[in-house]
Design a protein around this ligand. Structure first.
Ligand SMILES: NC(=O)c1ccc[n+]([C@@H]2O[C@H](COP(=O)([O-])OP(=O)(O)OC[C@H]3O[C@@H](n4cnc5c(N)ncnc54)[C@H](OP(=O)(O)O)[C@@H]3O)[C@@H](O)[C@H]2O)c1
Length: 486
């Protein structure tokens, strides 16, 4: 006879009552929140007013009767109101946030564009007027990465945050990794609601970079505007990414990363770029529209979280804790005044061998293959040099003092007419948010001078130009800024 090992527990959730609230936006996320409130509270009485653009349009979740407005100015957000914003974009969300916080109210948002662009201002307004600004749902939907970083004590000393932060691009790359064609993967993602009609911000990395910037603020106390930001999306040839990843024994993923710039004490870099996740790794296990993030700390080890990174219900469940947290102290992310020095990493030499294990292993395998293929070839030295420029692997490498990239005019790119070399570089510049790039030709070689806009720092872009290496660019910051040389 077997005995019961577990006593029955009453696991029914106890639903704390919600404060009276104003809901700005009742689409995918706002509608799901309304539905959760009705299910949890037995009514939507807590929702005092709802802002929509078109109250007549058909919706799965009906609006509360007689409590909707279409003009943001009619929302009762002054005088300490609690406002949940699920509109998206900058306006009218920003004006609503300012009005709410100036009145000492609480502003809760799922809007990463708003937080990445105006988070510092809104956090300051909240402090000055004793209001509250909360944005758990703005990164990773139900995946609790904002909460994790916000609650980590500074003593843990965060060294790096990286993650798959965009569900749409992950859905597409996951499908390509399983052999789908780009057009069919995109059509399926749109049919299932994982991709919008215009997935531009998702596939060019802007969405993930906004989220990475928010995580950079939380992890390092550096304002998004002060981060060194760069991104490479999954275009122009996502199928090529998938083929390259397969050859390296993995699947393609779009990785966002925030970490101190190598060798600099005050600079934090936020980046987004495609990489290879080895089959069987946790990163490769992030399927469809899933998200995953890893926080590497000096004293707390490596912490990871994962979950559905998008969807109405998943995002609404992340809004609720912010609504219920009202009485708990909410310190919010502190800014480092002037960018306080980040202490040097201890034991970096040992750790960097396992740091970013998956992509390093993938690189190792690519590198080994390339070495074999390029043996006795004139390109061997060039290839080796490019791989060795990866700062994650070569922390002590002496940086080259030149910022000029020489591309031989007779560089052959199999399958591409020669004239496209220059076009291709320009596209790369565009994707990497580089403001100025100048092309000069002399002695039969192209020279490229590149400057970033936000930081006035110089980055070097190298693109691997061969049949094997069409996929990525390698982008890195150089010490000392652009010199007058060249
Ligand atoms: N969807 C997700 O999976 C997800 C996940 C995480 C975070 N988020 C974020 O959540 C926010 C909302 O996303 P969503 O997917 O719910 O968007 P959505 O479905 O397009 O809903 C937007 C809502 O805002 C209303 N609205 C927009 N502009 C307005 C204006 N100028 N005046 C009045 N009403 C306006 C719309 O009114 P109508 O209903 O009349 O059209 C709609 O109710 C965004 O910041 C998004 O980035 C979304």
């Amino acid at each position: 006879m077997t005995t019961t090992q577990w006593a029955a527990l009453d696991t029914r959730p106890r639903q704390a009552s919600l404060p009276p609230l104003v809901l700005a936006g009742c689409g995918t996320v706002g509608g799901a929140l309304l539905d959760l409130i009705r299910a949890g509270q037995g009514s939507d009485d807590a929702v005092r007013s709802v802002l929509v653009r078109d109250p007549e349009r058909p919706r799965a979740i009906p609006l509360p009767r007689g409590r909707h407005v279409t003009d943001p100015g009619d929302l009762p957000v002054e005088g300490g109101a609690t406002v949940v914003e699920a509109l998206g974009g900058e306006e009218p969300a920003l004006s609503l946030a300012r009005r709410t916080l100036r009145g000492g109210g609480t502003f809760i948002t799922a809007n990463k564009v708003l937080v990445a662009e105006h988070g510092i201002e809104l956090q300051t307004l909240a402090r000055v007027h004793r209001g509250r600004f909360a944005f758990e749902a703005s990164v990773g939907a139900a995946m609790p990465i904002v909460r994790l970083l916000r609650d980590l004590p500074p003593e843990a000393e965060v060294r790096q945050v990286e993650g798959i932060l965009n569900g749409t691009s992950n859905y597409l790359l996951d499908a390509l990794g399983r052999g789908a064609r780009w057009e069919e993967a995109l059509a399926e993602a749109q049919r299932l609601g994982f991709a919008e009609a215009d997935p531009g911000r998702d596939i060019d990395g802007r969405d993930a970079l906004d989220k990475a910037s928010i995580l950079g603020w939380l992890a390092f106390g550096v304002a998004p505007a002060d981060l060194l930001r760069w991104r490479i999306g999954i275009l122009p040839d996502p199928e090529l990414l998938a083929r390259e990843a397969r050859r390296a024994g993995g699947v393609p993923r779009l990785l966002a990363r925030v970490r101190p710039v190598e060798g600099a004490t005050l600079r934090i870099e936020a980046s987004v770029h495609p990489c290879v996740a080895l089959s069987g790794s946790e990163w490769a296990g992030v399927r469809e529209a899933g998200n995953r993030a890893e926080v590497r700390t000096e004293r707390g080890g490596v912490l990871s979280v994962s979950g559905p990174g998008a969807g109405g219900d998943a995002t609404a469940t992340a809004l609720l804790p912010d609504l219920r947290d009202l009485r708990a102290p909410h310190p919010g992310p502190e800014l480092r005044p002037g960018g306080a020095p980040i202490p040097p990493e201890r034991g970096a030499e040992n750790r960097h061998r396992i740091e970013n294990r998956d992509s390093i292993e993938a690189r190792d395998s690519i590198e080994a293959r390339h070495r074999a293929e390029a043996r006795d070839s004139a390109e061997a030295a060039h290839r080796r040099e490019i791989w060795q420029h990866d700062p994650a692997r070569h922390r002590t490498e002496t940086r080259p003092s030149t910022e000029i990239w020489h591309l031989s005019a007779d560089t052959r790119i199999p399958g591409l007419p020669q004239v496209e070399v220059r076009d291709r570089i320009e596209r790369v510049l565009d994707r990497a948010q580089i403001e100025r790039g100048r092309f000069e030709r002399s002695d039969g070689r192209w020279r490229v001078r590149i400057e970033t806009s936000a930081t006035a720092r110089v980055v070097l872009i190298r693109e691997r130009l061969s049949a094997l290496d069409l996929r990525p660019v390698l982008l890195r910051e150089l010490k000392g800024g652009m010199s007058e040389r060249g």
